[in-house]
Design a protein around this ligand. Structure first.
Ligand code: SF4
Ligand code: SF4
Length: 392
């Protein structure tokens, strides 16, 4: 495999004009967007928009201004663009709070919560997954553009370009995999399996304000001040992790993807264009104490798996509200919903918790239920976060 090129461009803030220039520079350094994407292509843009929805200042999502400026560059090439992620939200529009709905509306670009268009079962032939379900929007795209956020992760240590593709499968299936693959190395193999099903053609990472500490959602924003771009997503992760002081060899997704020939995860084999790594490297960037500390390793795997089981939400039909419109039955990728005496009924043993039925029901007849232990665990997490905010 040829040595990939990763551009590293400095940028201190999300001011539109400067961002536009910096993005253009980062893409010029790797050959120019017009030489990477063919005109008139169908492009799917995978953002990192974690659930539940959050404000961009929290640094949980790829900043909407970052995405807007990337979209402006794409629009110059006359492409058919769809932006999306699979998100879970109590609000009717999960993209409202983050600013994504407005950003895409302003540009006249389609923004999709992936569960709205359902999922398709595909052969994966990975290390741990033989089959999985992914969004047809990715399968039908000519070009996949990956826009990850640079963040720490309390389980996988780091989340960037490879892990961002985890969002192309249904939400509930993600929870299922969390429960099923409790060892970080196996979980990372699974992430790389999914990545291999729809490898992005181009990755542009938002590392302007990253997240340190207990990412991907409860850490703190931290200025790193870089944009990274490459046609090799694995190389982007290797460079980004090096900038924040994590050895790429210690990130299972990077190591595994490199070993499988899905990209280059070894810094010495990557050509850096623009800023040198040591010039933009961040000192004292806080890594996840949970992922790198001893607590996680002390929790018996069997107990952890049991807790995960209780965190999963399961759809349940309210018979009084159900009009038997059949829409949930049609969208269910597992055939888990059937009509039973004039209302829909979910077969829980077949359900993969993708939440498509919940999303599609216009009559609010499907509620998502959590088991009692799951509710206690969630409440404890909230309490823990509050205490950490007060005394942390
Ligand atoms: S989509 Fe809602 S109303 Fe229609 S059959 Fe399913 S549960 Fe009933
Ligand atoms: S029942 Fe609903 S949540 Fe379960 S697999 Fe079918 S669509 Fe997905």
């Amino acid at each position: 495999m040829q040595n990939p090129k990763v551009s590293v461009v400095r940028l201190a803030s999300y001011k539109n004009e400067e961002l536009h220039k910096a993005l253009k520079k980062s893409l010029t350094l790797i050959g120019g967007l017009e030489n990477i994407i063919k005109p008139c292509s169908k492009v799917f843009v995978k953002i990192n928009h974690l659930s539940p929805p959050s404000l961009p200042e929290k640094s949980i999502v790829t900043h909407p201004v970052f995405t807007s400026e990337v979209l402006c560059l794409l629009k110059e090439l006359n492409l058919k663009i769809t932006v999306g992620d699979d998100i879970q939200s109590k609000e009717k529009d999960g993209f409202f709070l983050s600013g994504y709905r407005k950003a895409c509306n302003d540009l006249g670009i389609r923004l999709v919560n992936l569960k709205e268009t359902g999922f398709r079962e595909i052969n994966c032939n990975g290390q741990v997954l033989k089959k999985t379900f992914i969004s047809p929007l990715l399968l039908e795209a000519d070009f996949v553009l990956n826009l990850p956020k640079l963040k720490t992760h309390s389980f996988t240590v780091f989340t960037g370009a490879v892990k961002n593709m985890f969002g192309i499968i249904p939400y509930g299936l993600r929870l299922n995999y969390h429960r099923q693959f409790t060892r970080v190395d196996v979980f990372s193999q699974m992430l790389v399996d999914i990545f291999s099903c729809a490898p992005p053609h181009l990755t542009i990472m938002d590392g302007i304000v990253a997240m340190e500490g207990e990412g991907p959602s409860t850490g703190n924003p931290r200025k790193v001040g870089v944009i990274l771009a490459s046609q090799d997503a694995v190389a982007v992760d290797a460079v980004a992790s090096k900038i924040v002081g994590i050895n790429p060899k210690n990130i299972d997704t990077t190591f595994n993807a490199h070993e499988r020939g899905l990209g280059i995860g070894v810094i010495e084999k990557i050509e850096i264009a623009g800023e040198k790594i040591h010039d933009v490297a961040v000192r004292n960037f806080k890594h996840s104490a949970v992922a790198t500390g001893i607590m996680r390793r002390k929790i018996p795997q069997s107990l952890y798996a049991h807790i995960q089981e209780h965190l999963i939400l399961t759809p349940e039909v309210n018979k009084k509200k159900c009009t038997a419109c059949m829409e949930c039955i049609e969208i269910c990728p597992r055939g888990a919903v059937k009509l039973d005496q004039d209302s829909a009924r979910v077969n829980k043993t077949l359900c993969i918790h993708c939440m498509c039925c919940h999303e599609v029901c216009r009559f609010f007849a499907i509620k998502l239920k959590q088991r009692p232990l799951g509710r206690i665990v969630r409440a404890s997490e909230v309490l823990y976060k509050k205490i950490m905010t007060l005394f942390g």
